[in-house]
Write a protein of this length. Structure first.
Length: 306
């Protein structure tokens, strides 16, 4: 009797072990299947036909359905992005010729004998044409960034050459207005896309020149543990406190700048570029009536990741 009990117990124990092993193998197969599904989805090669739904649990079937729909959605997003890329390219290409023609005809008219009124009209046409060109170029750049068509390629870059290029771009306009333009040398480096960072800094420096009638523009750099801060300071009219939180909005024109030429997109584009690289921009301004030319009224601080 004792032998029979021992044998029965051994059989039950062996059966239990076999059942545990079977469950473990079944669970492993399930996890292997889930892992395979996820890997295929990550690689973009997932197809529902690769799996037999009857072989797996309800969880696997649900995951299969989700991954199938995700693959379709991802393909739809890719198709839409390709269409958007083509559209932006077409807009950029199709507008270049008419704008170039407007500039050319304006220059031809300027070289002819005109009355003072006609000269004024030609000047207005040229000004609005440049405004249109800047607007379209900025919108195309912004659309490419926001849609992911252009990826910011960050690498360790010396900051000073970028600032030198910006200064060269605004120097002539600053000299025409009699402004002093100062750039402090720096050995700092940051992990950034140099082309697009230069675009962002130029937009801010160009604004500084545009809204400063007398005094100076100063660009200086400060290094911190995680960021390189580029300060662009001017002695212009300043930015009212109620506008300081809004000036980075697309097409926003502050109450103090509505009389000036502009479209209100340069600062928005600058912020998109800088934040897209892990940096940020701050502004400090104290509007002063009849400001002292030696007094700094506005400073834009651009923080570039190191």
């Amino acid at each position: 009797m004792n032998i029979l009990i021992i044998v029965a117990a051994a059989i039950i124990f062996a059966g239990a072990i076999a059942l545990v092993i079977y469950d473990r193998l079944k669970l492993k197969r399930t996890f292997d299947s889930l892992e395979k599904m996820l890997n295929q989805a990550i690689e973009g090669n997932f197809t529902a036909d690769s799996f037999d739904e009857t072989r797996f649990s309800r969880l696997e079937a649900t995951l299969e359905e989700y991954l199938s729909s995700s693959s379709i959605s991802a393909q739809n997003v890719k198709n839409e992005k390709d269409k958007l890329k083509e559209l932006i390219s077409d807009i950029s290409h199709q507008t270049k010729t008419p704008i170039a023609n407007l500039v050319l005809y304006g220059e031809l008219l300027e070289g002819t004998e005109l009355t003072e009124e006609q000269k004024s009209n030609v000047k207005a046409i040229q000004t609005q044409t440049e405004k249109l060109r800047f607007l379209i170029d900025s919108l195309v750049k912004l659309s490419r960034l926001e849609s992911g068509i252009i990826q910011l390629e960050k690498k360790k870059t010396e900051v000073f050459p970028i600032l030198q290029n910006v200064v060269e771009q605004v120097r002539e306009r600053a000299a025409t207005k009699g402004l002093t333009l100062t750039l402090n040398e720096t050995p700092a480096t940051a992990t950034i896309d140099s082309k697009w960072t230069q675009e962002a800094i130029f937009n801010i420096a160009d604004n500084a020149v545009k809204y400063t009638d007398k005094g100076s523009i100063t660009i200086r750099t400060t290094e911190f543990d995680m960021f390189v801060r580029v300060d662009i300071s001017d002695t212009g009219k300043g930015i009212p406190e109620e506008d300081q939180t809004k000036i980075f909005g697309r097409f926003y024109r502050g109450s103090s700048t509505k009389s000036e030429e502009g479209v209100g997109i340069g600062l928005h584009l600058a912020r998109e570029i800088i934040t897209g690289q892990g940096g940020y921009i701050k502004v400090k301004s104290n509007p002063v009536q009849n400001a002292d030319p030696d007094q700094t009224v506005t400073t834009f601080s651009i923080f570039l990741p190191k």
